[in-house]
Design a protein around this ligand. Structure first.
Ligand code: AHR
Length: 656
């Protein structure tokens, strides 16, 4: 066999690969940077981080509430979404049958005075099709009906003649029947409340609720609700989404917005008073900033209940008479002030007080501990902000001296011209800017109001739909907030939730549809800060020529059994770093047993999670084999590393 000679093309390819290979090798070698991180854990230099530092901001945006954490499966349950003028659009309700068999229209005959629209269904057929004719509701992009689970149907019906109604849960085209029941409605001239449990015999993620009949005649419907029986604590919240909130151990819950609180126009802003009391009587409203209707089953009371269920301090953001496009003159703001005082009495008043008694009647005689309120959202520059602000501030201070009030005006770089306990700080920017903003509060005055960073996130091209890159910059920013937590008292990512079918705002921390959910890297990043609230923070020093790409912090925190020195380091750069960590001043030895390292990283800095790959970028935790007061760790490029060094318990006890 003769040997084959390499062609010039083959030689060229070989040389190219060789040089590329050398270059890669060289850059890999060059890429490894070194750094030293020194922690001074001596008690005299440690400082308490406020218990409230990390919490969550829930806004009714992206169908986060309606079609989200609020488990109601029927969309537009009161037929009010089309407005008060009839006939009106009943979307997403639709008809089973055709023009010859059924005529459906809204009218204003409801038994509820604040939401008067009802649905009149006239069955025209003598010999109706076998399955009957009627109406169906697909919920919010399909209902998640699961095998063996119970669903509670409540609806108000009026029928002059006795009629048999079939209520069923079916697939989106009606072909698969998952649950069904027949209800006999006695003929009467008044409305009747009907309740029916439906137990699913099959799973379908995009189901619908059907109400059908074979009998000619007229039936009215109103306030049709379908709730799964297994909501969180029976309080109406979708359990899996609540558990993702609980995993953040939020210390506060800021609600219900954001711009949702303001409205494009005041007439469409969130009104707490319209969102309390029996659900059937709530009028619902169209949120004109995020462009969707809410039945307001998730109302002011439910937000307070949610805070309690999460163990988070409620932060009520109220409308201060200002929307995006119109404002109430300070001269006419008094009724708005009175309205807010009533909302506080509703939350905090005794069960005998006017508004406290309404709360008690809803099932919560104990007051809700509202200690913080925000006077508006992003309204600082508006014409009547200061005037209105002072009216609210003075009235609340007088009635509730312990309530901490949050101004919309930024005091991070200069004093405010009005009194405030805290000021709101919002930032949405690119990753490099946010990384460097870790130093934002270093130069802020230590004497003025405290900062509430109530909305922060990397957005636009750096964020994709929730990238690793975004989460790294955010982590760096949060290390800066920890260090400045003598004046930064609270921080929350925004927005928290997005229903994948209505992404008005991108990115968001938790993505869901009717039955699935996952956290973006920004969500997972936050889980590595959940132990910081109430912990001790220690000074650190980073020595490295690469320090411009690094951010870090060190805290001591405790779980129910152990104490840990936690060192968190963001490597924002594309080089690997060999990091030497040393801790001095510790009051106890570092124990290898129980020490762990958790890393959030991925092969590509723009990697994201998705429904098909929800765990692509998640923290990976492992034992730390050689934990010690001085140790070396390797930081991957583009990574967030959290080391928990277990401190010898017996020595800590001996110290005390
Ligand atoms: O988080 C989304 C929006 O961003 C909020 O509604 C608003 O406060 C901010 O502009």
């Amino acid at each position: 066999m003769g040997s084959r000679e390499a062609s010039p093309a083959t030689i060229f390819c070989f040389l190219l690969l060789f040089f590329l290979g050398c270059k890669c090798l060289a850059s890999e070698l060059k890429a490894t940077q070194t750094a030293e991180l020194k922690v001074d854990a001596s008690p005299q230099l440690a400082r308490h981080i406020p218990d409230t530092l990390f919490g969550i901001f829930f806004e009714e945006i992206n169908h986060a509430g309606a079609g989200g954490i609020w488990a109601e499966l029927v969309s537009n349950r009161g037929f009010e979404a089309g407005g008060p003028h009839t006939p009106s659009n009943v979307d997403p309700w639709s008809i089973i049958g055709d023009d010859s068999s059924i005529f459906v229209a809204t009218d204003r005959t409801s038994c509820f005075s604040r939401n008067t629209v009802a649905l009149r269904m006239e069955v025209l057929c003598d010999n109706c099709p076998a399955g009957g004719v009627g109406i169906y509701n697909p919920g919010f992009w399909g209902m998640n009906i699961e095998d063996g689970k119970t669903y509670n149907l409540v609806m108000y019906v009026k029928s002059p003649e006795t009629v048999e109604l079939t209520v069923s849960l079916t697939s989106s085209d009606g072909s698969q029947n998952l649950a069904s029941a027949t209800i006999l409605v006695s003929g009467a001239s008044n409305w009747t409340k009907l309740e029916q449990k439906l137990v699913a015999e099959g799973t379908n993620r995009t189901s619908r609720l059907q109400i059908t009949t074979n009998k000619k005649g007229v039936v009215w419907f109103d306030q049709v609700s379908l709730m799964p029986s297994d909501t969180y604590k029976g309080h109406g919240f979708r359990t899996e989404l609540i558990s993702m909130m609980l995993d953040l151990k939020p210390r506060f819950l800021r609600f219900p917005g954001g711009c949702f609180v303001e409205g494009e126009w005041l007439r469409n802003a969130f009104r707490w008073r319209e969102s309390i009391g029996p659900w059937e009587e709530r009028p619902g409203h169209f949120g004109d900033v995020w462009h969707y209707w809410t039945d307001d089953g998730l109302g002011y009371y439910e937000f307070l209940q949610l805070s309690e269920d999460l163990g988070a301090a409620p932060i009520w953001v109220f409308n201060n008479g200002i929307s995006h496009n119109d404002e109430v003159d300070t001269a006419a703001i008094a009724p708005f002030v009175k309205d807010v005082l009533d909302s506080l009495e509703f939350a905090r008043g005794s069960a005998e007080s006017t508004w406290g008694s309404v709360r008690a009647a809803m099932g919560h005689p104990e007051p809700f501990p509202v200690k913080y309120v925000a006077i508006g959202n992003e309204d600082c520059g508006k014409k009547f902000y200061r005037g209105n602000y002072l009216k609210f501030y003075n009235a609340i201070r007088e009635a509730y001296p312990d309530i901490q009030m949050i101004s919309n005006c930024d005091a991070s770089s200069g004093p405010l011209d009005h009194p405030a306990d805290l000021y709101d700080f919002h930032v949405y920017t690119d990753s490099k800017t946010l990384f460097w903003m870790k130093n934002t509060f270093d130069g802020s005055s230590r004497n003025g109001p405290k900062a509430f960073v109530s909305e922060y996130a990397v957005w636009r091209s750096d964020a994709g739909r929730g990238s690793l890159l975004a989460s790294l910059a955010e982590a760096a920013f949060l290390t800066g907030l920890e260090k400045n937590s003598d004046i930064v008292w609270m921080a929350s990512y925004a927005p928290l939730f997005v229903n994948n079918n209505d992404q008005t705002w991108n990115p968001d921390a938790i993505v869901f549809n009717s039955w699935q959910q996952y956290g973006t890297p920004s969500y997972w990043m936050q889980t590595l800060f959940r132990e910081s609230s109430g912990a001790l923070i220690h000074p650190i020093t980073i020595i490295s020529s690469y320090s411009g790409s690094l951010a870090a912090s060190a805290i001591t925190w405790q779980d129910s059994e152990n104490s840990f020195l936690r060192v968190k380091i963001v490597n924002f750069g594309s080089d690997a770093v060999s990091l030497t960590i040393s801790a001095t001043g510790l009051q106890a030895r570092v124990n290898t047993a129980g020490s762990t390292v958790t890393v959030l990283t991925s092969g590509n800095v723009m990697d994201e999670n998705s429904f098909s790959n929800p765990n692509k970028v998640v923290p990976v935790k492992s034992q730390l084999p050689n934990a010690a007061e001085q140790m070396q760790v390797m930081l991957s490029p583009h990574s967030f590393t959290s080391l928990d060094l277990a401190l010898a318990q017996s020595e800590l006890v001996a110290e005390m």
